[in-house]
Every structure is written in structure tokens, then in C-alpha cells.
Design a protein around this ligand. Sequence first.
Ligand code: NAD
Ligand code: TDX
Length: 342
Amino acid sequence: MKILVTGGAGFIGSNFIHYMLEHHPDYDIINLDKLTYAGNLENLRDIGPGKRYRFERGDIADADLVRGIMDQGIDAVINFAAESHVDRSILEPASFIKANILGTHVLLDTARERRISRFVQISTDEVYGSLGATGRFTEETCLRPNSPYSASKASADMIALAYHRTFGMPVLITRTSNNYGPYQFPEKLLPLAITNLMEDRSVPIYGDGLNVRDWIFVMDNAEAIDMVLHKGEDGEIYNIGAGHESTNISLVSSVLGIMGKPSSLIAYVKDRPGHDRRYAIDPSKIMTALGWSPRTTLRDGLKMTVDWYTKNVGWWKRVRSGEYLEYYEKNYSAKGLKTDSR
Ligand code: NAD
Ligand code: TDX
């Protein structure tokens, strides 16, 4: 099988490529990535020379480039490429519309033209919006996205489903909860907390810290996506989650415990505008229909993640330098995201 993975130099995409090269050594993988601030070829540097893997730098919204790649006998497209950070979508929504909606549309159009036999759109639980204290998202839950990021992902999902219903394209969608693990850019809560704590700096907690996220170790998500690719039904949506709900404060407290750091390093800051209160995924469909189940407990996953960042200080120090620091200083203060600075 020859697979086009887009966004494969980012966090989940690079973990997915490692997973696929290990589990399907006879597959060819082309990784198309624009290398935005979040794309990092260091995430893939340990891929040995004998592997059937190739990198192409470029934008998924570049139709000529995408056509040229899909003409190389691609069997399946897995679209991870996206602007992915909610805070950035609040500061600069336009890049999210371009990458997440227009980019996905170019991929869909080209895959349709070239009669690609599988198209997996990687989406998120955030498209469902926010839950109250009870209930979980099923694949039937109405979409009520609240941030420019989640609205752009929901739009891409709608276009992808329309291509299935209207043109019969073999589209499948995964909607996963919050991933964590190696190679996650340290702007997201967990790697931000771990790397700040390693330098004895404080961890900013938005609002009251009681917002709930449902956490999944990235390799469990990679396995689920592999199953959707091979066994999923065209036109279907699959929720992926490990059932590990946690408030942000409780999650960060667990990290403090694992790292042996004091709770005085927690700093409550101004809340994120439009901050979704709670996400919780019901993964029954993928468990029953495809036989997937998560392997990693939250405790073990957190320990493995802390361990990875501890052993890969060079990796996160490099991504946290230069442009990233300038961006961070411009847009964040000790009191939180500077949304009123425009
Ligand atoms: P990431 O920001 O770490 O990586 C995104 C990658 O896409 C980067 O390598 C970037 O260079 C690339 N990219 C961005 N725009 C591009 C473009 N126009 N053309 C080509 N490449 C482009 O993101 P991630 O956390 O790995 O997320 C991957 C996917 O999974 C996204 O679609 C995201 O919406 C989805 N998702 C993420 C999570 C999560 O918790 N991180 C949860 C659910 C779904
Ligand atoms: O400094 C912080 N302090 C804080 O309290 C940051 C960066 C976040 N938070 C809170 C906001 C959220 O409630 O922690 C929670 C997690 O925040 P993020 O790591 O930014 O993730 P989230 O907004 O939940 O979105 C993530 O999961 C779904 C990914 O970034 C998305 O790409 C994915 O679709």
C-alpha cells in the first residue's frame, strides 16, 4: 500500500508514521508537510535509511503539488495537516481557515479526480463543542464548535462528508480527544507544563482549572487510525478516546507529583475566551465495530511522556527558542493570553 500522510512532521503525524513503519514495513509512505512552526523533521530523524519513507515539503492547499504527488500511485490519504492550537486560532483565525478548510478541500478534490481508494480525515472532539457535567460525545452528537480552530475542523468534516454523499468518495473521519506523548509542541498544556517545570518555571492554568479534557496516549490514537484505515466503513465517523477524563488542575497536579515539583509552581491566569468546559468521548462505536481499545493508562502515559521530555531536552529547547519565544512574548503575559492586544 502507498500512503500519503499530510502533516507528518507534526506531533500526531510523526508518531503515526513511526507506528506505520513499524507495523507495516512493506508500505510506502510519502509525508507532505509545509513545515510551519509546528512541523519538525527532527521528529522523524530516527527513521533508518532502509525504510520506505519519503518527505516532500509543501502546502496541502497547493493543488499542482498535491496532484503531482497523487499521480505517483497513492492508495490512501491520511490528512493530519492543520493549524492545531486553539489559542493561535483566537489570535489569527485566517491561517486556520486556509489550512484546515481550503487545504482539506484541495486534497479532497484531487483525491476525487485521481480516484484514491481511501481518504481518512483526522478531526477532533472539539467539533462537538462543550459538554455540561454529564454525558459524552457520540458520532451522532450535533456539531457546535466554539473556537475558530474547531469551527474550521467542523467545516472540513462537513465538506469531506459531502464528498462522500455527493460523489461517493471513500471518506472516513476520526474524531479524537486530547492526545499527549512524545514530540508534542510545547505550546499545548502537557508539554508546556512538563518543560516549564523542568526549568522550575510556573505552569499557567486558565480560569479556575476545572475545565475537563479526555486524554489519550498518542500511540493508542495511531493504532485506532490504522484500524480505521484498514477496517473502517466508507462515509463513517469514528470517535476515538481512552476514557481518561481529568480537570486541568488535576492533570497538572499529577505531573507535579511525577516530577517531584511543588504546587507553588501553579499560576492561575486569565481564562481562554470561549473556553470549552468539558469534553468526553464515547468510543463504543470503534471498540465494537473495529475491535479497538486503548492500551495505555493515564498514569503510565504521563510517566512515559515526562520521561521522554526529560531525555530529549535538546529537542524541546530547540523548538522553544527563536521564533517561538518571540511569538510567546508577544502574545502571552504572566496573566495569560493577550487577547486585547490587537
Ligand atoms: P501539529 O500542530 O503538531 O502538527 C500539524 C502539522 O501540519 C505540522 O507538521 C505542520 O507543519 C503541518 N501543516 C500545517 N499546515 C499545513 C499545510 N497547509 N500544508 C501542509 N502541512 C501543514 O498538530 P497535531 O497535534 O499533530 O494534530 C494533527 C491533526 O490531528 C490535526 O488535524 C488536529 O486537528 C488533529 N487533532 C489533534 C489533537 C491533539 O490533541 N493534538 C486531537 C484531535 C485531533
Ligand atoms: O497554558 C495553558 N493553560 C491551560 O490551562 C494551555 C496551553 C492550556 N490550558 C488549558 C486549556 C484546555 O482546557 O488546558 C486544556 C488543554 O489545552 P490545549 O493543550 O491547548 O488543548 P485543547 O485546547 O484542549 O485542544 C487540543 O485538543 C484537541 C489540541 O490542541 C487540538 O488540536 C485538538 O483538536
